[in-house]
Design a protein around this ligand. Structure first.
Ligand SMILES: *[C@@H]1O[C@H](CO)[C@@H](O)[C@H](O)[C@H]1NC(C)=O
Length: 326
């Protein structure tokens, strides 16, 4: 694998995400300025300027016309992808932890942190309503309970919301009856750091600080598989074309030894989706990996690290020949 290394951020990468076609790669960081890149050559297409704090989450809508970001400056912002201009700045009481476009791109679901008198909340807005973009109204707004969401997804073609919490539980809510939790499962022992669908959205992969990633049925949240490591898992993704998952993580920044950091020893780990067995590692980052994503064509994947770098790895032909013996 010959990686392309993207040098555009001054601080830790918090999230990377491909658009639907995979020609663009978005990166958010603690440095306040989200970037968008051409995934084929790593050239930077542009930046989104305006936030005044760490960005925790970024997403692009299905037709690649709009980008949404949320972060520590208590705002959720919508951007025009073509021009890079800010379309809306929705102010919140506390930091925005997760933000995601609905499947149709009409709605945005975001979650906020709890601070002092402000509870952690789940909020859904319709981006065609001016009052929603001012933060005055919404489609749904409900408290997320004692333990804040740290990862969130739309489910069932925009009919439900799926939240992963700081206490490790994963819950599903019906958008029409948002005060009633549909399902909740407690398979993880620590914080959920990331949740991603497989390509047909029938399964969800969770990444947790309890050193595991787990596969769930997206409909029932039935637990299916577990991928074990010795380190907190910050992010995990499912290949769109092979029965593979990739896990990124690492120890807390404080515990990183200078040698392992200097040598770029932080590894993405590949597991077989069904057999739960690790079969490959890819080195390169100089600190824990915070976010991983497969290109929608499955021929490459990207990782974003605590070292502020984004690495795009194209798989060797041998990757496609390799098979587990059944
Ligand atoms: C985890 O937190 C959520 C949200 O506050 C709550 O609904 C769930 O019951 C909690 N799970 C456990 C095991 O405490």
């Amino acid at each position: 694998m010959k990686p392309i290394v993207l040098h555009g951020h001054e601080r830790a990468i918090t999230k990377i995400r491909y658009n639907k076609e995979g020609d663009l790669l978005f990166s958010s960081s603690k440095d306040n300025i989200p970037n968008v890149w051409y995934s084929v050559n790593g050239e930077r297409l542009g930046t989104f300027n305006g936030h005044n704090g760490a960005i925790w989450s970024i997403d692009c809508n299905w037709d690649s016309t709009k980008v949404v970001t949320g972060g520590a400056d208590n705002s959720m912002r919508i951007w025009d992808l073509q021009t890079g201009k800010e379309i809306a700045n929705v102010l919140t009481n506390t930091a925005v932890r997760t933000v995601t476009f609905s499947y149709s791109g009409k709605l945005i679901y975001y979650t906020t942190d709890a601070v002092m008198k402000f509870p952690s909340e789940n909020i859904v807005i319709d981006i065609s309503c001016p009052s929603h973009l001012k933060g005055d109204d919404n489609v749904a707004r409900f408290p997320s309970g004692q333990h804040k969401p740290t990862a969130a997804l739309w489910g069932d073609l925009d009919r439900s919301l799926i939240t992963g919490h700081i206490n490790g539980s994963v819950s599903k809510w019906d958008l029409k009856m948002p005060n009633e939790k549909l399902i909740s499962v407690d398979q993880h022992k620590k914080q959920i750091n990331d949740m991603q669908f497989n390509s047909d959205e029938t399964m969800i992969l969770t990444a947790s600080s309890d050193n595991t990633a787990k596969l769930f049925d997206a409909d029932t949240l039935k637990h299916l598989k577990t991928y074990k490591t010795e380190r907190p898992v910050n992010s995990a993704a499912i290949s769109p074309i092979r029965d593979h998952v990739v896990l990124g993580g690492g120890q807390e920044a404080m515990q990183v030894t200078t040698t392992s950091a200097r040598e770029g020893k932080f590894e993405a780990r590949f597991y077989h989706l069904v057999f739960e067995e690790e079969f490959a590692r890819v080195k390169g980052h100089f600190g824990p990996i915070n976010s991983v994503a497969f290109h929608p064509d499955g021929k490459s994947y990207a990782s974003g690290g605590e070292d502020g770098l984004v690495r795009i790895h194209t798989f060797d032909p041998s990757y496609f020949d390799f098979d587990f013996e059944y």
